[in-house]
Design a protein around this ligand. Structure first.
Ligand code: MN
Length: 392
């Protein structure tokens, strides 16, 4: 059985409003791959949309991609992440539409549960919201840290309760949207405002699992449990969100599971359509000749100037060309302090909406704004995520 493991799509994440960027391209590529490789199951391990209430054009675009999977006979499993909500599992979320309409071949898991798809046992752990726990009378007095610890205990209890449902003659996997204490946090730290209480690999590993499909950390990584040697795999985000991910490969995992022997093999598939970030370091004259303008054209670009240049005009012309060709140009960092201000002001620079709001808030000398900055920023980003540049 072939399974595709994706996570953290964050559809609708705002970067620099770059023109010509097709937001569904990375997902479409993963789906084309699944169809052409005869996958039977397509997993999204949480954080589908950046916003909790995505715009209808984003939802339509996603539905169009899901339909391509179901029409090809590929089952779809979505386990909710912290961006998908809800803090209260009884409350409806946008993905419930798929359940309400009983879309065949699409499963949404927003609570821990056992699911059987074909010859595969699946246990799920959607992102656990502490707010849900703190709302209960008995836990109301607990601190966030205490609530996190209780939450993790509940995950372990939940797992142990679900384990007997596994058909032991067949392979089993776990799909979870969780922070693991052994893992490396990626650039999502800049887009998430939730405070996590990580749980350890050993605490959730069970002998029955062959593969643990994870979402939440945007940095792709494979952790191994000491207990049974099982692979705990973060597929990583499908797209890059800032310069911190410039060098990271983005993509998804292709897993082959043998039903009779329960053995698995898996490999990473690089997604060529992930948004590119490019830093151009201008350290010397020869750096000016070696700019890859094909790459510039398809990237969000920044320039760092640090060396000595005999022809200042030539330097300026080249940076000007870069700024015109780039998908989006975010600015120049001139480390030769003597030129700094005059140099920068001659170029048109794009900053992200988040950055613009943050700069605006920082410029205000208002105690209310100072105190509520994080909250205002979070709400503003949520609103902006729902504003579409162009209807599709
Ligand atoms: Mn997440």
């Amino acid at each position: 059985m072939k399974v595709i493991h994706t996570a953290d799509l964050h559809l609708g994440f705002l970067t620099f409003r770059e023109e010509n960027y097709e937001r569904f391209k990375p997902l479409s590529f993963a789906i084309d791959y699944s169809i052409s490789h005869n996958a039977q199951l397509f997993i999204i391990a949480g954080d589908l949309f950046e916003a909790r209430d995505p715009s209808s054009s984003l939802e339509m675009g996603f539905a169009r991609e899901v339909k391509r999977l179901t029409q090809a006979g590929i089952e779809v499993l979505i386990v909710t992440g912290n961006h998908d909500g809800p803090p209260n599992p009884e409350r409806n979320i946008h993905l419930d539409v798929y359940r309400m309409l009983a879309v065949e071949g699409v499963r949404i898991s927003k609570k821990m549960e056992y699911i059987r798809i074909g010859d595969l046992n699946i246990l799920t752990i959607p992102y656990p919201f502490k707010r849900n726990l703190l709302a209960k009378e008995e836990f109301r007095e607990k601190s966030e840290v205490e609530a996190g610890i209780i939450m993790n205990q509940k995950i372990i209890e939940g797992l142990n309760q679900l384990l007997p449902e596994i058909d032991k003659t067949l392979p089993a996997i776990l799909v979870a949207h969780l922070p693991l204490s052994e893992g490396v946090v990626g650039e999502e730290a800049y887009s998430s405002f939730t405070v996590d209480t990580p749980i350890s690999v050993e605490e959730i590993d069970r002998k029955e699992f062959s593969y643990i499909a994870l979402g939440h950390f945007h940095k792709r990584q494979i952790l191994t449990s000491k207990k049974f040697g099982h692979p705990f795999v973060y597929a990583g985000s499908i797209d890059r969100i800032n310069f911190g991910e410039e060098m990271d490969d983005k993509g998804f995992y292709d897993i082959d599971i043998d039903e009779s022997s329960k053995s698995i093999s898996f490999s990473f598939v690089k997604n060529p359509y992930s948004r590119n970030f490019l830093t151009i370091n201008l350290k010397n004259e020869s750096a000016l000749e070696n700019i890859d303008f094909d790459k510039v054209k398809e990237s969000i670009v920044r320039v760092i100037v640090s060396g000595d240049f005999s022809d200042e005009k030539k330097l300026k012309n080249i940076i000007e060309k870069v700024s015109n060709v780039a998908l989006a140009f975010t600015g120049i960092e001139d480390r030769r302090t003597m030129y700094e201000q005059a140099f920068k002001s001659t170029f048109k620079v794009t900053i992200s909406p988040q950055e613009a709001i943050e700069r605006y808030l920082d410029s205000k000398d208002d105690p209310f704004i100072k105190e509520k900055k994080e909250e205002i920023l979070r709400r503003a980003i949520e609103i902006l995520s729902n504003v579409e540049k162009k209807e599709q």
